[in-house]
Design a protein around this ligand. Structure first.
Ligand SMILES: Cc1ncc(COP(=O)(O)O)c(C=O)c1O
Length: 454
């Protein structure tokens, strides 16, 4: 017989958690999720929650898609595993690579597979270094990312991430990874500065930084179309247009990290399309398989691929890849996910929900503790402030964001707090009725928060 209290004790005894206050965990205990049903999940005590963040911005098709379960089990019974080293391949990875090239937002040449967003970004960093050695520019190695970016947790990806939590006491970032301005207009614009002027200032700062470092030393610029874990920060108007002009001037590659934005989240198939980005390299994960299997992809254009391929001929190999790169089960699930996005017109469905989603979100503007409501498509954030008019944040000791999340759980809702920023990133299959339910739960949550936080 399954016993939730024993389960909690067993978790505390043995499980080293991700992104958790490990010292507090024995007191707080785990939230053990046992099943999923569409946009809902259920815990081991039978409580049901509307999952308004798609778990970690990833379960785009919800938590009980039969087609994905079948694609996975069929693949397991067909070819459960083979690798992709030394030219080995399998039909599913071949089909998936071709499918991805056909949906890519800009012309891409080849697709490399890994297992997570972090691995995809680490792979992209290594490709960029290898590429510059291949074209005879071994000094062009520095990579620029942005403060508050999130690109993952492996050594290079965590270094790209511009968040203190990912660096502090991990001895990161590594050398040659630099950070420039966070494009958060509400927080960092100067008084009276328009979005366009803010974007111009940031692009100018980027240019100054490249010149200060020496353009011959700067290899690439990494950017999420919408910054996710840094607080759901869409770019200010004209930002990528201006940034890309600077990158082109100094021959700096652009990497679009589409790990959150890819596959419909912004209301288009890719965030690059929404914001006019023309990346040389594009990384994706999460929605690629709707999180039903670990898989990520790095798409590279011919400009990047051709010298890499040539150089591997000289050396004898491209010495990078994972045991599970192109895993046939993950690839089968990703292929089925892409088919569902297409056949069910998931992007069209997202577009149809956007007015309702934003009407509900905008209704929180001007609420007692709401400073800013921001986002795009079906990803949004509400930032809580103690005194929004004076832009005074809550005392961190109040743990306002975490408190709201806790209240949400009592109201059948899972939202996520990034500090005091509350994130909404519901499964893309959410219906209009379920969106109403989401905001009904959130309204109850907010009302209790307002009553109890003061
Ligand atoms: C934009 C972005 N890039 C990379 C990652 C890292 O992905 P993973 O956790 O699969 O390594 C994430 C994860 O949230 C992400 O949001």
């Amino acid at each position: 017989m399954y016993d939730p209290s024993e389960n909690a004790a067993a978790d505390i005894a043995a499980h080293f958690h991700s992104f958790t206050n490990l010292a507090a965990h024995p007191e707080v205990g785990p939230l053990v999720i046992t099943k999923g049903d569409g946009v809902f999940v259920e815990d081991d005590k039978g409580n049901r929650y509307l999952e308004a963040v798609s778990a970690l911005w990833c379960a785009s098709l919800g938590f009980s898609n039969e087609r994905l379960a079948k694609a996975g089990s069929d693949a397991l019974r067909g070819l459960p595993y083979y690798h992709t080293f030394t030219g080995r391949s399998n039909p599913t990875v071949i089909e998936l690579a071709n499918k991805l090239l056909s949906v890519a937002p800009v012309p891409m040449s080849k697709v490399f597979f890994a297992n997570s967003g972090s691995e995809a970004n680490d792979s992209a960093v290594k490709m960029i270094w290898y590429y510059h050695n291949a074209i005879g520019k071994p000094e062009k190695k520095k990579i620029i990312a942005r403060l508050n970016a999130y690109h993952g947790v492996t050594v290079a990806s965590a270094s790209l991430s511009g968040l203190v939590t990912n660096h502090r006491d991990f001895d990161l970032p590594i050398a040659n990874i630099l950070h420039v301005d966070c494009p958060h207009y509400f927080r960092y614009a100067e008084p009276g500065e328009s979005e366009e002027d803010f974007a111009t200032r940031l692009a100018d700062n980027l240019e100054k930084r490249i010149l200060a470092e020496g353009p011959d030393t700067v290899a690439a610029f990494f950017a999420e179309p919408v910054m996710g874990a840094g607080g759901v920060i869409p770019p200010p108007a004209t930002y990528f247009e201006k940034v890309q002009k600077v990158l082109a001037k100094y021959d700096v590659l652009l990497v679009a990290d589409e790990v959150v934005c890819g596959y419909g989240r912004t209301g288009e198939m890719f965030g690059s399309t929404t914001f006019g980005m023309k990346p040389d390299i594009l990384t994706t994960a999460k929605g690629l398989s709707s999180a039903y299997a670990p898989i990520s992809a790095v798409m590279v254009n011919e400009k990047v691929y051709a010298p890499i391929a040539r150089n591997s001929g000289t050396i004898g190999t491209f010495g990078h890849g994972f045991t599970y790169s192109g895993h046939p089960v993950s690839c089968a699930i990703a292929l089925e996910t892409l088919k569902i996005y297409e056949e069910d017109n998931v992007v069209g469905h997202v577009q149809s929900l956007i007015p309702q989603f934003w009407k509900a979100l905008r209704s929180y503007e001007g609420r007692k503790y709401v400073g800013e409501v921001r986002g795009v498509g079906l990803v949004a954030a509400i930032e809580l402030y103690a005194d929004p008019k004076n832009r005074t944040s809550f005392d961190p000791a109040a743990k306002a964001g975490a408190r709201l999340v806790e209240i949400g759980l009592t109201q059948g809702l899972i939202v996520r707090a990034l500090g005091d920023t509350i994130v909404f990133c519901p499964p893309l299959i959410i219906t209009a009725e379920e969106l109403d339910e989401l905001f009904a739960c959130f309204e109850r949550t907010m009302a209790i928060f307002e009553e109890t936080i003061g």
